[in-house]
Write a protein that binds this ligand. Sequence first.
Ligand SMILES: O=C(O)CCC(=O)C(=O)O
Ligand SMILES: [Fe+2]
Length: 160
Amino acid sequence: MPSPDLTLGLKRHTDPGLITLLLQDQVGGLQATRDGGNTWITVRPIPGAFVVNLGDYGHYLSNGRFKSADHQVAVNSTSSRLSIAAFLNPAPNAQVYPVKIEEGEKAVMDEPISFTEMYKRKMNNDLHLARLKKISKQEESLLEDDNKDKSCKNLQQILA
Ligand SMILES: O=C(O)CCC(=O)C(=O)O
Ligand SMILES: [Fe+2]
């Protein structure tokens, strides 16, 4: 990518399925976070090794005992990158619900839903978050414009 700052790479997400097997080349760029995106851990490429990501389906099946891997891919300006991902997803009508709920434990979801429904809710949620992010960016830039206006007026007053 000649202008990495102008490209997305792969934005932060979790995979929907049970597990993902990932083969990345030596360029690397895969990063994971455990604190909601505040800090990122670079997943160092190891020749011939697969990265195994747990997805949301695995998260729900284990009643939240296992966390889905929160990850993204950063682009770099000097090398092109190749990765191969194999997603192990259940059938669309598979039931998503914890396999076992221990005594005294609360279920991560109220009722079983289909994998299709789980995926739809995930996408809706992602869209909702993206919209919120866009709105907060727009508000930030409006505030900046407002501040610029104010400093211009201040300057004009000083010069007058
Ligand atoms: O390219 C990679 O290393 C990761 C790809 C990925 O996260 C995905 O396709 O869901
Ligand atoms: Fe992914």
